[in-house]
Design a protein around this ligand. Structure first.
Ligand code: PMP
Length: 435
């Protein structure tokens, strides 16, 4: 008789086209139907458990079925599930916006609600371009860093630089240009990259609306990390040459890098900050573009003078999602999450040393609650990450390597023995598959 898991898998594959997947892989690779989750664990229909070592695509901060977040959403659902945000408003959106203004860098005073990460990036790009236009300047070009990732809608894809996602759609993209990301975490690499940024700005700043970057960690670009001095320098240069700085903290925000926002490492305040993922603790789609009063005021006028910012999405600022976000911030307020994370980060750092002995390990890097092990000696076609993923699943751990980069980005609530297991399974997997 077919198992419950395989019945679910067959029914799924009849009708669902999955994201980021070559669907033919599932002829041999099992799809895992998840029935429930609790804490760091996901459970399938046969009771097998998996440690969610990637926080379900980097969204989950405080575990699955978190009591505080569940409670808040349940309360909200009986009050108001949704209302449009044009001409109307609601308490969760108001309270959340005030809290976000209070905790983000000081010049960010206005919150524009969107509903997923890519759409937040789209809105920030449009706002930046439109701001300059309202001031009488046409600046149709965006600058970003090599190896960056900002989402997969056309605008967001344009400012990204991961060829796996971008190459095919090249003819469809908006005007964009890349400058080199610092090649590693050293100060020298940051200085070298800043020199090139300044050369480009000297020549082209007149056409460029904004520089967009992922502060400190390029996530989908293989957990590539760089020094905070690059951020400081990029802020100075963008101000000097009168272009916006968009800090895409969709992955790095809400404590992931060790501080609440990665920009804090450089003590900078960008013109725009995009937030999503951890914003709702991993519960519901929601995103925001935070910006300054100066940007906001460039759109504030009588109806026909300039165009208002007419961007909108149906589920903008959904009350359930805002409630999940308020509960997430409440957890931060009532617990010293960053101090607890600091201890776990140090523990993970010590544990990672074991990987140094493996011959195929090229580099081990860590920033806050993100750690990555880069392997060497493999080509894309070897699909080394996929093989490690498959092995880890048999051992009850959900790792989802980015090619030859094996990384850990667990919920902050992971316990020390669960960290041990997550790391041991990755170690065993790399050892077995690379030897
Ligand atoms: N920006 C960054 C830095 C991201 O990591 C991601 C998602 N991985 C996005 C934007 C896009 O977010 P979403 O998947 O919600 O569209």
């Amino acid at each position: 008789m077919d198992s419950k898991n395989s019945v679910m898998m067959q029914r799924d594959l009849e009708v669902i086209w999955h994201p980021c997947t070559q669907m033919k892989d599932h002829e041999t690779l099992p799809l895992i139907p998840i029935k429930s989750g609790k804490g760091v664990y996901l459970y399938d229909f046969e009771g097998n458990s998996y440690i969610d070592a990637v926080s379900s695509w980097w969204v989950n901060l405080f575990g699955h079925a978190n009591e505080t977040i569940n409670k808040k959403i349940k309360e909200q659902i009986d009050e108001l599930e949704h209302v449009l945000l044009a001409g109307f408003t609601h308490e969760p959106a108001i309270e959340l916006a005030h809290k976000l203004v209070n905790i983000t860098p000081e010049t960010l005073k206005k919150v524009f609600y969107v509903d997923n990460g890519s759409s937040a990036v789209e809105a920030a790009l449009k706002m930046s371009y439109h701001y300059h236009l309202n001031l009488g300047k046409r600046k149709p070009l965006f600058l970003s860093l090599t190896n960056s990732y900002h989402g997969e809608t056309i605008g967001a894809l344009s400012v990204g630089d991961v060829s796996l996602y971008k190459e095919t759609y090249e003819p469809l993209l908006i005007a964009n240009m890349q400058v080199p990301v610092p090649k590693d975490q050293s100060l020298d690499a940051a200085k070298d990259a800043l020199k090139i940024l300044e050369e480009v700005l000297k020549e082209r700043a007149g056409e460029i609306a904004a520089l967009i970057l992922e502060p400190l960690i390029q996530g989908a670009g293989g957990m590539h990390m760089y020094h905070s001095d690059y951020l400081r320098g990029a802020r100075e240069l963008t101000q000097k040459y009168d272009i916006h700085l968009i800090a895409d903290e969709i992955m790095t925000g809400f404590g992931r890098t060790g501080k609440m926002f990665a920009c804090e490492y450089a003590n900078i305040s960008p013109d725009f900050m995009t937030l999503s993922k951890g914003l709702t603790g991993g519960y519901l789609p929601l995103s925001v573009v935070m910006t300054t009063n100066s940007v906001y005021n460039a759109f504030y006028c009588d109806y026909n003078e300039y165009k208002a910012f007419l961007h909108s999405h149906s589920y903008t600022g959904n009350p359930l999602a805002c409630s999940a976000a308020l509960a997430t911030l409440e957890i931060f307020e009532q617990n010293d999450v960053l101090a607890e994370n600091e201890k776990k980060q140090r523990y993970i750092y010590e544990k990672l040393k074991v990987f140094k002995s493996l011959p195929h390990v090229k580099e081990i890097r860590q920033q806050g609650m993100v750690a990555a092990i880069e392997l060497k000696g493999y080509e894309v076609k070897d699909r080394i990450g996929l093989r490690i993923y498959e092995y880890a699943l048999t051992q009850g751990v959900l790792l989802r390597p980015l090619g030859h980069i094996i990384y850990f980005m667990p919920p902050y609530t992971i316990a020390y023995d669960e960290i041990d297991k997550m790391i041991q399974v990755a170690y065993n997997g790399i050892q077995r598959i690379t030897s």
